[in-house]
Every structure is written in C-alpha cells, then in structure tokens.
Design a protein. Sequence first.
Length: 354
Amino acid sequence: MLTTSRGISFILAIAISALTVAFLYLMDDATATLLLVAGAISFSVSYILMNVTLEFLIFKEISNIYTVLEKIQKKDISSISEKSTRTSISPLRKINKTINSYALAKNKEIETLQKNAAFRREFIADISHELKTPIFAAQGFIHTLLDGAVDDEEVRYKFLKRAAKSLNSLDKLVQDLLTLNQMESGVIKFHFEKFDLKDLILEVIEELEQKAAKRDVLIRFFYDKSKTFVTTADKDKIFRVCQNLISNAIKYNHDGGEVEVILQTNKSQHSVEVKDNGQGIPPEDLKRIFERFYRVEKSRSREKGGTGLGLAIVKHILEAHHSKIAVSSTLGKGSIFSFSLPVEKEKKKESSDK
C-alpha cells in the first residue's frame, strides 16, 4: 500500500491533518467541533491534492517510462511514438519524451545500418560473381594452352585472343568500379564548359555507327537544324552518358530495329530522349535498373557484354549536374531514357550610338 499513490497520499494527509489539529489545539477558543472539522477538511484536501499530484505527475509518468524501457528491451520500437505534448510542469514527462525521441532515433540508425549491411553483402556477392566470370574464362584458356594446346598455332592464337578479351572485360569492370567509387566519394572533379549538345550527340552516333551496323540497327537523330543547343556541363561526362544510353539502345534492340535520339529545347532546359523499339523492361525492374550490377535478364545481358555499372554511372553523372535520368518502358515495344541540361543563354552585345 505504501508504494502506491493512494497509500502515500493517505499517510501524508494524516500527518498534515494531525499538524493542523495540533496547531489549532493550542488556541484557547478552539472547540472539539472546530478541531474535528478542521482535521477532516485538511485531511480531505491534502489527500486529494497529494493523490492527484503523485498519480498524474509522478507515478503515471514513471509507469510510462517503464513501459517504454520494456519495449526498447524487447526491441518493439514500432509502437513507440514521439508525441508532441505541450509544455508540462512534470520533469518526468520531459524525460519520457526524451527517451521516446532517443529510442526512435536509435531505431532509425539501426535500420539504416541493417540496410547498409544488406547492401554490402549483396554488393560483395555481385562483385565477386562479376570478377569471377572473366578471371575463370582467362584462366581456362591459358591453362588449356599450358597443357599442350600452345603447340597448335591456330588454337594458340584463338585462345590467346579469347583470354585477352576476358582480361579486357575485367579491366573495364575495375575501371567502372573505380569511376563509380570516385564519383560517390567526390574524388572526381567535374569540369564545366560551354558546348553544343547537338555536336556531342553527333560524335557519339558516329562512334557507334559500326556497332549499330553489325545488327542492322538504324539510328535516327531528330533536332531543329536552325537552332543551337548550347549548355554548360562536363563535356566528357555527358559524352559518356549519351554513349551509354545509345549503346544500350542498340545492344538491347532486336536485329533490324531502330534507335531514335530526340533533342529539343523546352524553356530553360535542353531535353535528350533515347528511344528504342526493343524488348522493353518489366515494370518490377524499372526501379532497380540504376543499381550496381542489376541486370534485367542476367544471362542474356552478360552475353551481350557490359559491366552492369553503366546506368549507375549515368545516374551519378546527371545527379552531379543537378539533373535526373528518367525511364519509361513497355514490354515488347521498347524503352525511352531521357535527361535534361540547362540552356546556356547567349549574351547579346549592346551597341551604343555615339
């Protein structure tokens, strides 16, 4: 009983009532009725005030604190909410609110660490698999030569050529990994300059024409020939963005397909669209295609080459230019990748008449 608010309030109320009666008893004109009434009133008022104070300002808040601590111990953070309470005279309520905030912050921190750990495990598994493929291929060709095939000149040349191709793929993978890591850590600096986006895209198309011709893919470039498309950006990085998008449009297209590159200006932005009429991307994969090593069709994508890092690098380059890569796709009809860059306004020279 002594550990409850009522028990403590009862004892304190009796003590206060006794002190009140004792003080009034010292007075000469104090009657028994007065002492009884004064004792009853002081007991009642003291009990009510003490009970309310202890129950709502102390015991209730302590109970809430214990409840929160039990939930933290059981790792049941989901039911904890950071209630926005008004200014309270109870310091325990402030402590309770502080514990709630701390528990929620720590829970978010733990969730972030768990996501990072899961991402790290997935990344290590992916990179191990991607590195293993070209290494094992090169090892197989070289060991075959060492086992005696080196004496056959035709076999030797063919196997060395295949081993070199595997090592080139490995080198490209490592270079892309280094590039992506340097972009994320801010090591790579971007050098912004003015250039015509139309001329850059024409350079990319010219470079990829031979690749497109091997699969009989036609590249069409649509733009207004009467306009210039001057922008300020890192020319080499944007070249890589256009190169990757157009190359993917060729790679994942069907033989005899078409790739359309559309360049146009909308108010303060130059927009670039790369459209193909290939196999398309399933809706469930659209949100993940910019992740490292993510492939829509892993076996077929690996056969067609590539490191699985191209779109991740594209995303980081455009983010550094305060732009975003957008994608829409329909299965069996093709995909559209697009991005924007700011228009560089030409400064008009004002001539003054003298």
